[in-house]
Design a protein around this ligand. Structure first.
Ligand SMILES: [Zn+2]
Length: 447
């Protein structure tokens, strides 16, 4: 079976038209500042071999390596401006024995782009090269050629290309502690760059764009209140690993982290809609929460990044002690946010849930993850892409943040401690069904 798909300008262009399109794309500047533009992508896959090619306005350095779990081929490139419909690489049902399941492309880091090819069956890299498309033109074609290979050969290739983990960076030296000055609100728009996140049924709407637009709107409103310092974990369409998102928040001395996402449901889930606020827990509150956490925790893998193995030890025990209190605060914020949101926009029928989200695991400040809505639901897509909805919901979230940090809260807690009112922190801690029974929680010896 021969499978082909085409996209971008090249899809409708004859060879001459393609060269015209490439000529019209911004040329590489003399100082080399403008990256080559990709205007077309093609995949030919007959089950024995697959060839993925990109037509570029200029040549680009490329190298490929294999990764397992799930099986992928990751191609690292100098920066490329992909002017392609991201839908071109998405899975197409009924492709029989094809090698390639799907592919993604986009910015990976400053000056770096990446193509990630998800494999339906083991395949090894036969060659990766850029060759000129025509004499006398800088236009070049990047070809990623794959061949079916034995699972053992693929596993060996993946082992061979597994680079030693880079030396630990600054996470241990981050200064953690009570901030003097205004509360630091860290907004974490999910996904970005090569990892587009979820996408709508039509393919045009991408999670990474929706959540970034929302984060900018919320940041604008918070800054206008002049009570908070606002930090974003990404700026524009860039890839940031889950671990780096937490590190950025810790280094910013976060008082609160809000991770922003938008989910999708396949099959019969099209009528599921509305926003959901997630807090971190060891065990998921329900099957849906577990599914969401698994999907969101897979963001690094989608971008071809291997999550670092976590070494258990004393740090984890301290982690748990501190985390109980932060979780209680996260619950308080979650409750307040749901209350504010209810007056502004649609909530999921079960709007407060919990699961083991990697991005929520910082022990030293409360974190929540908000799924703004479902890209599989038509009404949610209309809402999520409208400036009116964004304005209303960002205002509601800003109000919830303002209420959470209102000076009166400290007074209420003092009063509660004196027996005048139920203590909100304790109440939330008791209400947390997923809090681990930690034998060290009371009277643990300090070490
Ligand atoms: Zn997401």
């Amino acid at each position: 079976m021969e499978f082909r798909m085409q996209a971008g300008v090249g899809a409708r262009a004859a060879a001459t038209g393609l060269l015209l399109a490439l000529a019209a794309a911004p040329a590489v500047a003399e100082d080399g500042a403008a990256p080559p533009v990709a205007v077309a992508a093609r995949l030919a896959d007959d089950g024995a071999a697959a060839k993925l090619s990109f037509d570029l306005s200029g040549p680009v350095e490329a190298s490929a390596h294999a990764m397992t779990d799930p099986d992928r081929i990751v191609v690292d490139l100098a920066e490329v401006n992909f002017q392609l419909d991201p839908a071109v690489g998405r899975p197409t049902p009924g492709r029989g024995d094809a090698i390639v399941k799907a592919f993604r492309f986009g910015l990976f880091g400053p000056g770096k782009s990446r193509v990630v090819v998800d494999l339906a069956r083991p395949a090894c890299v036969e060659r990766v090269e850029t060759t000129p498309i025509a004499k006398g033109s800088p236009a070049a074609r990047l070809v990623i050629a794959l061949e079916r290979c034995e699972p053992a050969a693929f596993a060996a290739a993946a082992r061979a290309s597994a680079a030693p983990a880079p030396a630990a960076e600054t996470s241990e030296t981050a200064t953690i502690g009570p901030a003097s000055g205004p509360p630091v609100i860290v907004l974490d728009p999910g996904h970005g760059g090569v990892d587009g996140g979820a996408y709508g049924a039509g393919g045009a709407v991408e999670e990474k764009t929706i959540v970034y637009d929302f984060a900018l709107e919320l940041a604008r409103r918070l800054e206008a209140m002049k009570r908070f310092k606002v930090v974003l974990t990404r700026h524009g369409d860039e890839f940031v690993s889950l671990e780096d998102r937490v590190r950025i928040a810790r280094e910013a001395n976060a008082s609160l982290l809000i991770s922003l996402h938008a989910d999708t449901l396949g099959g019969s889930g099209a009528e599921v809609s509305g926003a959901t606020v997630y807090t971190c827990s060891e065990r998921a509150s329900d099957a849906e929460a577990a599914r969401i956490a698994e999907r969101e925790n897979g963001a690094d893998k989608a971008a071809g990044v291997e999550p670092k193995a976590q070494a258990p030890g004393v740090a984890d025990i301290l982690f748990d002690l501190e985390r109980r209190e932060t979780r209680a605060y996260a619950h308080i914020f979650s409750r307040g946010l749901v209350d504010e949101w209810r007056g502004a926009a649609r909530l999921n029928r079960n709007p407060e849930r919990s699961a083991g989200f990697v991005v929520l695991k910082a022990p030293d400040f409360p974190s929540v993850l908000v799924e703004l809505g479902y890209l599989s639901n038509g009404e949610d897509v209309s809402a999520l892409t409208s400036a009116e909805w964004r304005g209303k919901t960002a205002a509601a979230m800003a109000a919830a943040i303002d209420r959470f940090f209102a000076p009166t809260r400290g007074e209420a807690q003092k009063a509660a401690a004196a027996g005048d009112a139920p203590a909100p922190v304790d109440a939330a801690a008791r209400a947390d069904p997923a809090a681990p029974a930690n034998p060290l929680a009371a009277g643990a010896p300090a070490r």
